[in-house]
Design a protein around this ligand. Structure first.
Ligand code: ZN
Ligand code: ZN
Length: 351
């Protein structure tokens, strides 16, 4: 069980203060929770990366009392900087961006879930421990997986006997994904030794994480070499959030009968595939082999939608080549001016 969240304790010697250097090291210099209505967004509380704030503001910062999700990574599978990046400014700690992942927290029950187990699992569990401390290790009521591309499941290795040696962590996955994990090393060893327990996800069938939170997986077209690919609809007592980090072009989904505009209309916040900003981003590589909706295509698609629809969209899963990964770029400004956002590590959405 999680006691009162220390982030809401204003005392100067509270764990929040002790945690500050840690969060700074992780690239989240300052955390500030804004209450509902403080942002022109349908987001209850959003942790804002803020460079300067007063002690009063610090004291006012609170984590939500009800269920919430926290963005633990906003980059594509390889993270930023990617392996092989030569020494230089890209390696400055504040530029570090983890592979796409969310934490889901229910402060009332003390339960926490991870969405995706990325190659940055170690740091992301640490971030989650900082935001929502628990006594247990790993203190996860479950891990939910979208698909078998390395940036989304390879972090499961940390459950194994070489690392944490966990007992029975529930890992929720679709049928092909479960089959893949159960029959291929090293994953099958995690199943065989009971480090993790595979639990079913079914297309379109709501999974009740507890009496507060429901997650509904839905299949999407993607390069399905080893597994299906799903997105998640995460529903709490007050808000519904869409998590769709990987999908081929929107047209392909539309051919299967689903329009992204209709899906976004049914949620309050939408974390959408923002892998690439525009065509030609990866020199010397054909981008048709790795189809994703370009950010510019998504923005054109929602151009005539009301501002209230556009402001729901927060791009996630940004590739290292995407100039919108960092604030201050022309591309980031263009996104903002068009009424969209980019997901930031550490931001919180009250569910
Ligand atoms: Zn991916
Ligand atoms: Zn993928």
């Amino acid at each position: 069980m999680m006691a009162q969240t220390p982030l809401s304790t204003p005392h100067p010697r509270s764990p929040r203060v002790l945690r500050r250097p840690l969060l700074a090291a992780l690239g989240i210099a300052r955390i500030r929770a804004l209450r509902e209505g403080a942002l022109p967004l349908a987001v209850g509380a959003t942790l804002i990366l803020s460079a300067c704030r007063t002690a009063d503001e610090e004291a006012a910062a609170t984590m939500p009392e009800g269920p919430y999700l926290v963005v633990l990574g906003n980059a594509q599978d390889g993270g930023y900087p990617q392996a092989g990046t030569k020494p230089g400014p890209a390696w400055e700690p504040e530029r570090r961006r983890y592979a796409v992942s969310l934490g889901i927290v229910d402060p009332e029950t003390g339960e926490r879930w991870l969405v995706e187990a990325t190659p940055d699992f170690r740091e992301q569990l640490h971030l989650l421990d900082a935001a929502a401390p628990v006594d247990q290790i790993p203190g996860l009521a479950g891990i939910l997986l979208t698909h078998a591309h390395v940036g989304h499941y390879a972090g499961l290795i940390h459950l194994g006997r070489e690392v944490m040696g966990t007992r029975g962590v529930p890992v929720f996955a679709m049928p092909r994904m479960r089959e893949f994990l159960a029959t291929n090393g090293p994953w099958e060893q995690l199943v065989r030794l009971g480090n993790m327990e595979l639990r079913p996800l079914e297309d379109g069938v709501p999974l009740h994480l507890n009496h507060h939170i429901t997650v509904t997986p839905f299949r999407v077209p993607h390069r399905d070499e080893y597994s299906e690919t799903v997105g998640f609809r995460i529903q709490g007592p007050t808000r519904t959030v869409l998590f769709l980090p990987d999908i081929d072009k929107w047209e392909r989904w539309e051919e299967e009968g689903t329009r992204i505009q209709d899906v976004v209309a049914g949620v309050d916040v939408a974390y959408l595939d923002g892998t690439f900003f525009a065509d030609g981003e990866i020199p010397g590589r054909s981008m048709s082999e790795i189809p994703h909706p370009f950010m510019v295509e998504t923005m054109v698609r929602f151009r005539d939608s009301p501002a209230s629809e556009r402001s729901k969209i927060r791009f996630i899963h940004l590739n290292r080549t995407n100039p919108a990964l960092f604030a201050g770029t022309e591309e980031r400004r263009a996104i903002r001016e068009a009424g969209f956002r980019v997901a930031e590590m550490g931001e919180v959405v009250e569910l």
